[in-house]
Write a protein that binds this ligand. Sequence first.
Ligand code: GRF
Length: 220
Amino acid sequence: MRETSYRAPSPLVKLPARIVVMLSGRGSNFDALADACQEGRVPAAIVGVVSDKESAAGLEKARRRGIEPVAVARKAGEGRASHEERLVDAVRQLGPDLICLAGFMRVLSPEFVGEFPLRILNIHPSLLPSFPGLHAQRQALEYGCRVAGATVHFVDSGVDSGPIVGQVALAVEEGETEERLSERILGLEHRLYAETLARVLAGGWELHGRSVRFPNPGAA
Ligand code: GRF
């Protein structure tokens, strides 16, 4: 067994935790997390939603829940670094305990990730480390996989490469289309993200190398 590199306190932070969601699109995972918080399945409050896209449908979903979202679009001619600085400033100002990326389509810089070590989660629609990056469901189908799924992982500054925290798998149906597989995975994502977030917030887990060990072995 690899040496323990981090032992999380229990609970991880003072509860209810302050969560900021970062998104670029539809926002169905944000909605699912917000439901889980409201229903008491996750001991947290979503205190802000930050997007890099003014057109993200997730912004409207946030407003409907009484959260005034912050959209930080890239200005014409603006460099990547300056845009990211404005984005992360918006996140910092919200004072999050934890950041949940939910369809956020940018890779965060090592500086930002370093400010929130093991406090940024992402959800990805594949069984990582298979098929990181875009169109993960299509990649799995093209590869001929019989099993697909979703992963929640801690974020590092690579693409979908941080330590795995939770996963769920499903059997690929014969002749399944990308749309149908994506929809079936998305349904599982919504549950997985909330359950994994709750376990992370409960704390008491350890990081051994890149392997996350929960105190209750055998649970999902
Ligand atoms: C999800 O499939 C998620 O796994 C991926 O982007 C998609 C976002 O969907 N990272 P939504 O915006 O949460 O509906």
